[in-house]
Structure formats: structure tokens, C-alpha cells
Design a protein around this ligand. Structure first.
Ligand SMILES: [Zn+2]
Ligand SMILES: [Zn+2]
Length: 143
């Protein structure tokens, strides 16, 4: 499927980023230089597991982003990772990063990253209640 930039609607072009032995194919906008990463690619590129969790299992159910996912067309959600605002697709967990945000994310120290702000916890608690027991809360606090 052809992917367009969710911000400026230019066509995205695939580009290979190398990270060690990994090759990650990302989609990049040549107008605004934003990039789209499929689920898991952010983990490969940053090696930051808390960040990966933020964009997968810690996703809320509310969408407060105005962007539509370039991959599946679903609503995206704003997530805050240590001051970096990223858009995550609620459906496919793809991630949209504006220009330079990947660099900012790579500089985050995963050991000190606080995924769960009080606001995030409240949102997750609501999600856990309405989605029924996915075991999320026992996962969060049972460690
Ligand atoms: Zn763009
Ligand atoms: Zn999507």
C-alpha cells in the first residue's frame, strides 16, 4: 500500500537505516522529513525497551492526535517519551516521528526512562477497567 505523510500528505519513500547487523526499512517524508516506523522498528533502532513498551503495551485507548496512521489509516495517539512527543497508531502500533525525533529518542537513557507518569497510570487504569483484565496491572505492579 502506498503510504503518505500524515502531516503534509507527500508520498513517503522507503529508506534503509542500518543499526549493527540490523537493517530497518523506514518510510520517510521528503518534504517535512518525518518518518514512519512499523511496530518493533523503534525497538530495533533505539534498543530502548521501556520506549518500546510505551508504544505497544502501554498505549491508551484514547486518541488525542490529529494524525491518521500512514500504514493502516487508523487514529493515532500522542505519547510523551521523556519530553519527545511521538504519535503512535492505536491499531498497528506504527510510530510517526517528526524530523529529528528519532535522534532525540536515541539519546534517552532507557534505564532512567519513566514510562509511567501519574497521568499515564490513570489512563491505563481506565483502559484496564474497560478492556477487562489483560493482566496489565498485575504485570505493572507484580514485578
Ligand atoms: Zn511530510
Ligand atoms: Zn496503523
Amino acid at each position: 500500500m502506498k503510504r503518505d505523510c500524515p502531516k503534509c500528505f507527500s508520498a513517503l519513500r522507503s529508506e534503509i537505516i542500518r543499526k549493527g547487523i540490523w537493517k530497518v526499512e523506514i518510510d520517510k517524508c521528503e518534504s517535512c522529513f518525518g518518518i514512519f516506523l512499523d511496530k518493533g522498528e523503534l525497538m530495533t533502532l533505539t534498543g530502548n525497551r521501556p520506549l518500546h513498551h510505551l508504544t505497544t503495551k502501554h498505549l491508551g485507548i484514547d486518541s488525542d492526535s490529529e494524525l491518521l496512521c500512514p500504514s493502516c489509516g487508523s487514529l493515532m495517539d500522542d505519547e510523551h517519551a521523556e519530553g519527545v512527543e511521538i504519535d503512535v497508531c492505536l491499531q498497528c502500533n506504527g510510530v510517526w516521528l517528526d524530523k529529528n525525533e528519532l535522534d532525540s529518542l536515541r539519546e534517552i537513557d532507557s534505564a532512567s526512562m519513566k514510562v509511567l507518569s501519574p497521568e499515564k497510570l490513570a489512563e491505563l487504569y481506565d483502559a484496564d477497567q474497560s478492556v477487562s483484565s489483560s493482566g496489565l496491572f498485575s504485570w505493572l505492579f507484580g514485578r
